[in-house]
Design a protein around this ligand. Structure first.
Ligand code: FAD
Length: 412
């Protein structure tokens, strides 16, 4: 009987093991090896405990656009087990789903534990072999066989090896990036790795005066190796910025932001729908119509008062200065602030979701099976791949569909 080891009982590993268990309970002996005492630690805490399982976007080409890296590798797996199929799969396994207005899909119970419960039931029903509290230290290949060496000294010999150890974000969940070294030992190369989907800590001390102030639409830009831009909603925190547009930018510019020991300059456009000229006309008009009003109280026609105060402090415009006294240079500087505010990123803080960009070099993997082109019998699925997406259920979707494809490749 063919022996298969799946190392890592997270989203991808569980889906891979469940696919095999449901397809062919008797044809193969499967070992799901997980170092934690429970399965799916990260899945349980995902989406703030609610688990944003997948996306409600149905057009797969649109879905693939949400992955700054890895769309080519992912394409086949995504068509094979699309967000719609994932939604249906969980419903068919007794977990009703719902799609929220922003197209994020959650279990109706808002409980990530229910998602993991599906897999636990499948494994119980099929008597799957789960090696919990079992940390794999290293893997070796001898002829056609793989040998897993456990931290407690035990060994396991198998015919096929699936590595689903995840990325290295939120290490306390167990995903510490061990699989990268297993892959390297078996001949693979790993691309540069960088954190993605995080909020930022800023050097600019004025942000604390804006904590909690949100904007429906602003443009963000980083000029690094390449220029990365994104428009969307964001929020100031007590020490930085967060929100969907910030997470998206952290993803697009993940490698320019990889080393935050160096400060990184970022630009915010608070009015992406107007150009400089249009913004300037708007402000001049407001000043002319209200000559006796204070500048700050006029700026707050356009922006929250706290931001108006930060801008006038920064431009050293005295509190109470009236519009009739505001000159052309001050207007131009205000427009520059609103259209191209410079902020300095000095660190990252966890977002709702947090992933590792980069992973196993996609060129070394067959996208139709996710089998290694370098080491036959070795497969990869989930975040360990060089695949990562925006927030909104795209990272779990990638884990489900790649885990599924490996399961189907192993038991056709
Ligand atoms: C806080 C947070 C919230 C998130 N929320 C969402 C969300 O709502 N929606 C979404 O789409 N994505 C979300 N993500 C991302 C998503 O959870 C991951 O991309 C996804 O879990 C990756 O699945 P995976 O199976 O590849 O890896 P993981 O789920 O990380 O699983 C890897 C498993 O391998 C085990 N392991 C590692 N090394 C070894 C070893 N040596 N021996 C044995 N076992 C080992 C780990 O213990 C772990 O259980 C979130 C991430 C974080 C950190």
């Amino acid at each position: 009987m063919m022996k298969i080891a799946i190392v890592g009982g997270g989203a991808a590993g569980m889906m891979c093991a469940a696919t095999i268990a449901e397809k062919n309970p008797e044809g193969a002996e499967v070992f799901l090896v997980e170092k934690n005492s429970i399965l799916g630690n990260k899945v349980i805490i995902s989406g703030g405990g609610r688990c944003n399982v997948t996306t409600g976007i149905q057009n797969i080409d649109e879905v693939l656009k949400k992955y700054p890296r890895g769309k080519n590798l992912l394409k086949f797996a995504m068509y094979n087990f699309s967000p719609e199929k994932v939604y249906q799969w969980f419903e068919n396994h007794g977990v009703p789903m719902k799609t929220e207005a922003d197209l994020r899909v959650f279990p109706r119970s808002n409980n990530g534990g229910d998602v993991v419960g599906v897999f636990e039931n499948i494994f119980k029903k099929n008597d799957a072999e789960m090696l919990l509290k079992t940390k794999v230290d290293s893997v070796e290949k001898f002829g056609d066989k793989f040998v897993l060496i456990f931290a407690d000294g035990g060994e396991l010999e198998v015919d096929k090896l699936v590595v689903t150890t995840g990325g290295q974000a939120y290490k306390k969940t167990g995903s510490t990036g061990d699989g990268y070294s297993f892959a390297e030992d078996l001949g693979h190369s790993i691309t540069a790795l960088a954190p993605s989907l995080n909020a930022f800590i800023l050097k600019d001390t004025w942000v604390k005066d804006l904590a909690g102030v949100s904007f429906k639409k602003a443009g963000f830009k980083i000029v690094g190796e390449k220029t990365s831009k994104f428009e969307g909603a964001f929020l100031f925190t007590h020490n930085g910025i967060t929100g969907p547009a910030v997470f998206a930018l952290s993803s697009l510019a993940a490698f320019d932001l990889a080393d935050l020991k160096k400060e990184v300059t970022m630009f915010i456009d608070f009015f992406p729908e107007f150009n400089y000229e249009e913004m300037s006309v708007k402000i001049k008009k407001a000043l002319q119509e209200n000559p006796k009003k204070s500048f700050v109280n006029t700026l707050d026609f356009f922006i929250p008062k706290s931001l108006a105060e930060v801008i006038s402090n920064n431009l050293q415009i005295k509190a109470g200065k009236i519009n009739a006294e505001i000159g052309k240079i001050e207007i131009n500087k205000t427009v520059e602030w609103l259209k191209n505010a410079t902020i300095t990123v000095v660190g990252r803080s966890a977002g709702e979701e947090f992933v590792t960009a980069g992973g196993i070099n996609s060129k070394e993997i067959d996208p139709k099976t996710l089998e290694s082109k370098i080491c036959p019998g070795l497969y990869f699925a989930g975040e360990i791949l060089d695949v990562d997406g925006f927030t909104g259920g795209f990272n779990l979707q990638a884990a489900w569909c790649t885990g599924r494809l490996v399961g189907e490749s192993l038991i056709p």
